[in-house]
Design a protein around this ligand. Structure first.
Ligand code: FAD
Length: 455
């Protein structure tokens, strides 16, 4: 049986392990009770280790006490992954924030989990190296959080997601043992690939205390193109044409008609009237190759009605359009359900038409944009949570969209994960779920790591 309160004995053990600070005041705890999902839980205490031996002592004690443990990086996940749904200890990784090594000969970096992603990327780029995973939250999120959610981002189309850059992980298990899977080799097929299993495990298996990451040479240059089309169909045909021309962009983003409408209403937009769908494309590589590919890509796209392009500093205003989507959509409602469903690439149009139908049936405001190059559509449902009728309709729309996605052979999440926001049983059959639960039991027999989440 797990605990419900922090007894005096618990507090004194925690204070022994963390003599500097154990946060227990209501004002402090409230800060750690939620994450970007805005759902809330009840932390009993918050601790902030800066050494592995503190994590070991904590997980040894928590395992004995069957005390729930909720690990937290920057709390930017959208699915309630960090929410302490049962009373437990929140463990912040933010003090374990050292970049231990960046090797330009091995093309490997070794980092602690609390390293800020943007700072890490900048440190790599200063040495002519490149770490491509780029979730929109790079400036806030941690590498540990990115690893344990398998964060994606716009560059995933060409380079892959975080999983493709994790070579090894050191993990503190419940009970306090420290284990290491993988390491600094770019290739390694000895034993099961447990490092990749830890990636995306949403804090349910252990505390990731050190990470080995693969690096690439930094591309010499990049160029971007913002292109407008008269319809969603035309934009998606252009996506096919880009691939058929043998071009693999670094990013390929889609913006749908309703977002175009609200951005147009909200202020200055670069596109002329008549544009109903937009693609944002980024290419990277050598300057010479880019010149050639930029010309080819525009020629390859049929039905393009308007475009603007640029390289280097000229790209920023083009991408600013994409960044403005999130703040602008709130003109349609104070609350938003965000899902990041993914379908096989060839079924994107079918999916969007189906989602529109479902939303119309419930009279819900449905907006879509996303990483169209890898079939990852960000579904935004705008509503007012203080109106019970709107809230019910938005939730019904969401559930039906998720079912439709599965019927199309897709997945409920391409990036954000499951947490407490998705019903995994809709998608994963019982036998497969049993295997996942069996793996969890091997790592965490008493179920203290992020209980109430995922599978
Ligand atoms: C506006 C917005 C845009 C976003 N855009 C993207 C996007 O483009 N792509 C994308 O993939 N995601 C995106 N996200 C989601 C989020 O930013 C990512 O999931 C990110 O990887 C979370 O990092 P974090 O440091 O905030 O982790 P947290 O939210 O703190 O934690 C996430 C999970 O990781 C676990 N965890 C963290 N550190 C450790 C550790 N050391 N050991 C074990 N478990 C650990 C936590 O327990 C939790 O389960 C977005 C979120 C927002 C709010």
């Amino acid at each position: 049986m797990s605990v419900n309160t922090l007894r005096a004995g618990h507090k004194s053990v925690l204070e022994k392990i963390f003599p500097d600070e154990v946060l227990t005041s209501p004002e402090e705890l409230v800060v750690y009770s939620s994450d970007a999902s805005l759902k809330r839980g009840t932390p009993l205490a918050v601790v902030r280790p800066d050494r592995v031996d503190q994590v070991q002592a904590l997980l040894c004690w928590a395992n004995d006490e069957i005390m729930p443990v909720y690990i937290r990086g920057s709390g930017t996940n959208l699915v309630g992954d960090c929410v302490p749904v049962r009373p437990g200890i929140v463990v912040s990784t933010l003090k374990m924030n050292r970049i231990l090594e960046i090797s330009g000969t091995d093309f490997v970096a070794v980092v602690e989990p609390g390293v800020n992603t943007a700072e890490f990327q900048a440190a790599c780029e200063a040495r002519g190296l490149y770490y491509p995973p780029d979730p929109a939250t790079v400036k806030a999120a941690t590498i540990g959080g990115n690893v344990v959610t398998c964060a994606g981002g716009m560059r995933a189309l060409k380079y892959g997601v975080t999983r493709d850059f994790v070579l090894g992980v050191e993990v503190v298990l419940p009970g306090g043992d420290v284990v290491m899977f993988g390491g600094r080799n770019h290739k390694n097929v000895v034993g099961l690939d447990v490092a990749r299993l830890i990636v995306g495990s949403e804090g349910t298996l252990g505390f990731v205390s050190k990470i080995w990451l693969k690096l690439l040479p930094k591309p010499e240059a990049s160029a971007s193109l913002l292109a407008g089309f008269a319809s969603c169909e035309h934009a998606l045909k252009a996506v096919d044409a880009i691939f058929q021309a043998g071009i693999l962009p670094c990013a390929l983003e889609y913006i749908g008609d309703k977002i175009i409408d609200i951005m147009t209403c909200a202020g200055e937009v670069p596109w002329p009237e008549g544009v109903r769908s937009v693609l944002l494309v980024r290419l990277d590589g050598s300057r010479e190759a880019l010149r050639h590919e930029s010309e080819r890509i525009e020629k390859a796209m049929p039905n393009i009605v308007w475009s603007v392009s640029g390289s280097g500093a000229e790209e920023e205003p083009l991408w600013e359009v994409r960044r403005r989507i999130n703040p602008t959509v709130f003109t349609l409602g104070p609350d938003k359900i965000v899902d990041d469903v993914t379908v096989p690439r060839g079924r994107i149009l079918e999916a969007i038409i189906e989602f529109e139908k479902i939303a119309a049936g419930h009279q819900t405001t449905f907006l879509n944009f996303g990483h169209v190059g890898d079939g990852n559509i960000h579904v935004n449902l705008m509503y007012d949570a203080s109106d019970p009728d709107q809230a019910v309709r938005a939730e019904k729309t969401r559930q039906e969209i998720n079912k439709a996605v599965i019927a199309l052979g897709g997945t409920q999440s391409g990036e954000h994960g499951v947490g407490i926001s998705k019903d995994i049983t809709l998608q994963i059959p019982l036998r497969e779920l049993e295997i996942m639960r069996g793996i969890k039991k091997m790592f965490d027999p008493k179920g203290i790591m992020n209980p109430g989440k995922g599978y």
